[in-house]
Write a protein that binds this ligand. Structure first.
Ligand code: UDX
Ligand code: UDX
Length: 479
């Protein structure tokens, strides 16, 4: 097999970790990750990587400068590579046809054009970015329409299934690797070459080869299934809150059925992240274009339920605080879309914060990994607010949870960081206004212990006993 050099266009959450692990496991291959952004490449070459991902620092340190390089010289990396991953972002379109649903392929297209402009010899071009079904065809059209003598291409689809926060482990111990390609001798040859790369550390039995379109659709399908499980359990969490059932008990009982399994049944304030919503919207759009309105409506409901869950949680906070949060001080613990990442894309915390800010609340935000500038950017983005200055005045960002909660009326927990479980809640309670509220949007705290301390506690999918009023008013005198 002759893959000596790999180039990856796009040094983001997908391209960076994936190529770092390939470099670690394939010392015989030189891997160069390129990006348009000078700042990003600078960060990959520094001691503070642009993304937080457990274990990644270590992998990068072992390989960088040996067989792993980060560079802005896209043309040279393309020219020298035998195999090129396209890992640029594919955001939801914000204008024009398919606005708000279709995937915007402009970056994939521009990557394909860059390859067409400079490539020499035989290249295997691999779609790593999640794309709509038949996107490989567009890449192929661009490459073949700009064909130059002596250059040939094979296009493969090789979607990435890593989840943020566990990316390194997911890459090292992948459930499966999926490779789709053309059903021709050249297509099979290209598939075999990419299989060979992964076989450096993944057992062949876990490498699935399919046709290109199955591979592209499988990635959308996998994300849609995972998100659908979360929306299903979240829908039942509303039933639990009205009936006295406990969603954790229901999830356990359901998940013990080996046909269903326990994963992705954790009720929450709603799912976030760069993929679930984008990919389902994309699936919905494809179904509409294929004149399959019933299928489109079926998947759209997964998104609708997620929106409902986020607004239901925000409404519960407001309602519990005597139907008004105007000028109330509210601590938000967690801003990332899940624990162990600094990523805030589509984080449910943004929706909750925006709703509370619209109602006039003052927010005190703490997240262990999200940069303060990122929180401010998210909350003052033009799509989110027309009054960025007002938002800036109403938001304070803290670097520890005790200062963030001091003097506040309520705590709203939006991300399931492990460190929140072991906080000294008695100390926090003593510093808060009374009655002190906790809204646990992730069901991770010890609610009985909180109630014993004197907190008013609300969570997802369970009704909780309240502390007696005498106790609450008694502790009011402490402030
Ligand atoms: C993205 C998509 O969101 C996901 O659907 C897909 O599976 C992989 O790509 P991610 O890696 O998280 O995931 O995106 P992001 O962190 O935004 O990284 C993309 C990188 O590509 C950025 O660093 C951007 O600067 C770079 N880029 C983008 C280019 O180098 N060239 C371009 O033309 C466009
Ligand atoms: C997801 C897919 O898991 C991954 O395979 C794909 O490559 C990219 O999209 P990611 O978005 O990084 O990965 O994280 P994931 O762990 O799937 O969590 C997504 C969201 O769902 C988070 O907001 C998380 O908190 C939420 N979630 C997850 C729940 O609310 N309940 C659960 O039981 C699981």
């Amino acid at each position: 097999m002759v893959i000596n050099k790999i180039c990856c266009i796009g040094a983001g959450y997908v391209g960076g970790p994936t190529c770092s692990v390939i470099a670690l496991k394939c010392p015989d291959i030189v891997v160069t990750v390129v990006d348009l952004s000078k700042e990003r490449i600078g960060q990959w070459n520094s001691d503070k990587l642009p993304i937080y991902e457990p274990g990644l620092d270590n992998v990068v340190k072992q390989c960088r400068g040996k067989n792993l390089f980060f560079s802005n010289d896209i043309n040279t990396a393309i020219k020298e590579a035998d195999l090129i991953f396209i890992s640029v972002n594919t955001p939801t379109k914000t204008f024009g046809n398919g606005k708000g649903r279709a995937a915007d392929l402009k970056y994939v297209e521009s990557a394909a054009r860059m390859i067409a402009d400079v490539a020499t010899g035989n290249k295997i071009v691999v779609e790593k970015s999640t794309v709509p079904v038949r996107a490989a065809e567009s890449i192929m059209n661009i490459l073949r329409a700009n064909h130059r003598p002596g250059v040939s291409y094979q296009i493969l689809s090789n979607p990435e299934f890593l989840a943020e926060g566990t990316a390194v482990d997911d890459l090292l111990n992948a459930d499966r690797v999926l490779i789709g390609g053309e059903d021709t001798p050249e297509g099979h040859d290209a598939i075999e070459k990419l299989c060979w790369v992964y076989e450096h550390w993944i057992n062949r039995s876990k490498i699935l080869t399919t046709n290109t379109w199955s591979s592209e659709l499988s990635k959308l399908a996998a994300n849609a299934f995972l998100a659908q499980r979360i929306s299903s359990i979240n829908s039942l969490s509303a039933v639990c809150e009205s009936t006295g059932a406990d969603i954790s008990e229901v999830a356990r009982a359901v998940g013990l059925d080996s046909r269903i399994g326990p994963k992705f049944l954790q009720a929450s304030v709603g799912f976030g992240g760069s993929c679930f919503q984008k990919d389902i919207l994309n699936l919905v759009y494809i179904c509409e274009c294929l004149n399959l309105p019933e299928v489109a409506a079926y998947w759209q409901q997964v998104i609708t339920m997620n929106e409902y869950q986020k607004s239901r949680f925000s409404a519960k906070v407001i309602e519990s605080l005597f139907n008004t949060v105007t000028d109330k001080q509210i601590a938000m613990l967690g801003f990332a879309f899940k624990k162990d990442t600094g990523d805030t894309r589509e984080s449910p915390a943004i929706t909750v914060a925006t709703t509370l800010l619209d109602e006039g609340a003052k927010l005190h935000i703490y997240d262990p990994k999200v940069e303060p500038s990122q929180i401010m950017d998210d909350l003052t983005h033009p799509v989110i607010t027309e009054e960025p200055e007002k938002v800036k005045k109403a938001v304070s960002i803290y670097d520890d949870p005790y200062s963030a909660t001091k003097g506040t009326h309520a705590i709203v927990l939006c991300t399931e960081w492990d460190e929140f479980k072991t906080l000294d809640f008695q100390r926090i309670y003593n510093g808060m206004m009374k009655p002190a509220y906790v809204f646990d949007g992730r069901k991770i705290l010890d609610h009985d212990a909180l109630v014993r301390i004197g907190f008013q506690v609300q969570t997802i999918g369970k009704r909780l006993a309240r502390p007696s009023l005498a106790r609450i008013w008694g502790s009011c005198n402490q402030i």
